[in-house]
Design a protein around this ligand. Structure first.
Ligand code: PLP
Length: 289
């Protein structure tokens, strides 16, 4: 049995699912998405992901296709149906688009129903040498729009920025807008500056990451000094540690920035400490009934 997806109420083979070319997701990138990791068959921080989805759909005025309880049911069903092929550690992708309508920038008639698509893939393990080597990052001007708090499927800016990083043999581009560091092309940013863990505050210039919130929660639980504050490129350059966070990459330690070593060029002790807390948190989910 291959990978199974859910499209508008029907479970089917992912490779066989079909949408109309007039779908506004295809034509305009007019949709909202989420990526939810699964550990031990359990969806990680599901309520938080569904809340962000709710907020985003309301903000861009796409109809919410399912009630919270239905979301839970369908997402768990997708995990269960893919368990044989993908195992118990998966990455679930969902997207809701404004639906199928004649091409016109303005919203379609209110009878047009959103398109709902969910798929799952095996969760890729982090590189085995991450704790020894960390990753390289570059900085780049943020070329995206000014509603980066919306998890929009229109990702051309993010795609180009990530590719600029790959072109420089780096894993991620760290973005700078108006003299402030905001986030990565597909990750949030943390830096240790003068011993304090700092992440830029939420606002329209960055995605309110689910992993970001968890890191702040874990910092509080474990009495790690942390705050939300603006970071300048100069502060980033002199940071003791730099981390990038996302649902599928967890916490990546950045050891090279624009070709220069971050601190001693090795993943830092604060990263080790936070990674440990993160792994314990994940394990609790796997062990939950
Ligand atoms: C632009 C951007 N920022 C931050 C994140 C991290 O968000 P989360 O922790 O919810 O995965 C992502 C995730 O893909 C992203 O695309």
């Amino acid at each position: 049995m291959g990978s199974v997806c859910y499209l508008n109420g029907t479970y089917q083979a992912t490779g066989e699912a079909r949408i109309s070319p007039l779908d506004r997701g295809f034509i305009f990138g007019d949709g909202i998405y989420e990526v939810i990791p699964v550990y031990g068959g359990c969806l990680f921080r599901l309520d938080e992901h569904l809340q962000r989805l709710d907020d985003n759909l309301a903000e861009v005025r796409i109809k919410q296709p399912l009630k919270r309880e239905q979301w839970r049911e369908v997402l768990n069903e997708i995990v269960a149906r893919n368990q044989e092929t993908h195992g118990a550690e998966q990455s679930v992708y969902l997207q809701v688009t404004r639906g199928v309508a004649e091409r016109d920038h303005g919203f379609p008639d209110s009878h047009v129903e959103p398109t709902l698509f969910i798929m799952s893939s095996p969760l890729k393990p982090l590189p085995a040498d991450i704790a020894e080597k960390g990753v390289a990052a570059i900085t780049h001007e943020d070329i995206r729009w000014k509603n980066c708090h919306i998890k929009s499927t229109s990702l051309l800016g993010n795609i180009l920025l990530r590719q600029y990083a790959y072109d420089e043999h780096a894993a991620e581009a760290i973005l700078i807008r108006d003299g402030e560091v905001t986030e990565g092309a597909a990750s949030n940013l943390f830096a240790i500056i003068d011993g304090v863990l700092i992440t830029p505050p939420k606002g329209p210039l960055l995605l309110p990451g689910i992993t970001r919130d968890l890191i702040l929660e874990l910092a509080q639980q474990h009495q790690i000094a942390a705050c939300e504050a603006f970071i300048t490129p100069a502060q980033l350059k002199g940071a003791e540690e730099i981390w990038l966070t996302s649902s599928t990459k967890e916490i990546l330690p950045v050891t090279t920035l624009n070709g220069n070593a971050v601190n001693d060029g090795k993943p830092g002790k604060r990263w080790r400490e936070m990674s440990h807390h993160y792994q314990v948190y994940k394990q609790q989910l796997r062990d939950s009934p």
